[in-house]
Design a protein around this ligand. Structure first.
Ligand code: PMP
Length: 330
């Protein structure tokens, strides 16, 4: 008999899939690491498992405890899934800009969702940061994972994502490209791959135009899950060779092409990472092996990136950039 003991045992070991169409004109091999194969549908299942394991080991999370975190998406799903399997409660604090569908996913896994107003300053008592801090302080047995600073985030990628890429490419990987949100993925994956290759693997970040990682101030962008307006403790700039800024228009056009041409229905941060990966790969020789990480699936974005009305309203269809890359979708 072949079966998993629990759903949590299926986190990680995601496949590499060669990109064949969007890579037209590129000599290097470009391989996508497709993280929607994780049971919760995103790369964040990895950090949830590691963070909860570590909190149990340190005694920060005791049997029957409550996990409290400000999160609107993938981290919440990962935490809820692991928490449910191990008998913890979850309370997620989300700003009201987060759509009902996303909140419903969290409650479907058994989490409680507390909604806070988006249009308040981060230091307001009503902000989602303040409310989650208050709940974590008031609820007995509460544990706050604090994904932006928890070092178990990067560690989970050091122990899983990095080794998987090295092993699945038989050590031939030359470049890895990934989006930067909390910075956990790039810090852990990058650190492992640099160490194992003695600095031979080039680590490239992809960042929304305007975010701090590519020199901005946090100007708003619409791609979700990546970019920042502050410097999180989960990010170590020392492991990153280069950061490539990508516009929303380019990210979303590529996200659509991945579904249409490669059969990969993925989220906007995946499109963003592929734009950066192709930019890096364009000048590389045929023996280069570029791995690009696709963090989540596209179903959570059907009403946005895959909706013509939304795309048109934000100027992504009909604009010069979108027309150039979306082609006959315009
Ligand atoms: N893409 C998506 C959709 C995400 O949810 C995240 C996590 N915030 C990332 C990319 C970036 O990962 P990290 O936080 O490890 O930098």
């Amino acid at each position: 008999m072949k079966y998993a003991e629990t759903i949590v045992d299926l986190v990680g070991n995601t496949p590499l899939i060669k990109l064949n169409s969007v890579t037209d004109g590129i000599a290097a091999t470009v391989l996508a690491k497709v993280e929607y194969f994780n049971p919760g549908g995103s790369i964040k299942d990895r950090i949830a498992t590691r963070i909860i394991d570590a909190a149990e080991a340190s005694g920060d999370l005791l049997p029957g405890g409550t996990i409290v975190e400000p999160t609107s998406g993938n981290t919440g799903v990962g935490l809820a899934l692991v928490a449910q399997q191990r008998g913890y409660k979850c309370i997620f604090v989300v700003p009201d800009k987060v759509g009902e569908e996303k909140r419903n996913v969290l409650t479907a896994y058994g989490a409680q969702v507390v909604v806070t107003p988006t249009s308040v300053a981060p230091d307001s008592p009503e902000s989602y940061y303040s409310v989650s801090d208050r709940l974590a302080a008031e609820i007995p047995g509460a544990f706050k994972p604090n994904q932006y600073f928890n070092q178990n985030g990067p560690l989970s990628h050091y122990e899983s994502t990095g080794p998987e890429i090295w092993n699945d490419t038989d050590g031939t990987v030359t470049h890895v490209v990934m989006g930067v949100g909390t910075g956990g993925t790039i810090t852990g994956t990058g650190r492992f791959l640099r160490e194992v290759s003695n600095g031979g693997v080039r680590i490239i970040g992809a960042d929304p135009e305007g975010s701090v990682y590519s020199g901005g101030t946090g100007r708003p962008y619409l791609v979700e899950g990546v970019g920042e307006d502050m410097w999180p403790g989960a990010y170590d700039p020392g492991v990153v060779n280069e950061v490539i800024a990508v516009s929303d228009a380019e990210s979303f056009a590529m996200t659509r092409r991945l579904a249409l041409e490669e059969g990969l229905l993925v989220g906007g941060s995946s499109g963003m990472a592929v734009v950066a990966a192709l930019e890096a790969a364009r000048s590389l020789p045929a023996d280069a092996v570029v791995v690009v990480i696709l963090p989540d699936g596209g179903r959570g974005y059907l009403a946005k990136i895959f909706n013509d009305t939304w795309m048109r309203r934000h100027g992504f269809i009909g604009s010069a950039t979108a027309e150039r890359t979306v082609g006959d979708l315009v």
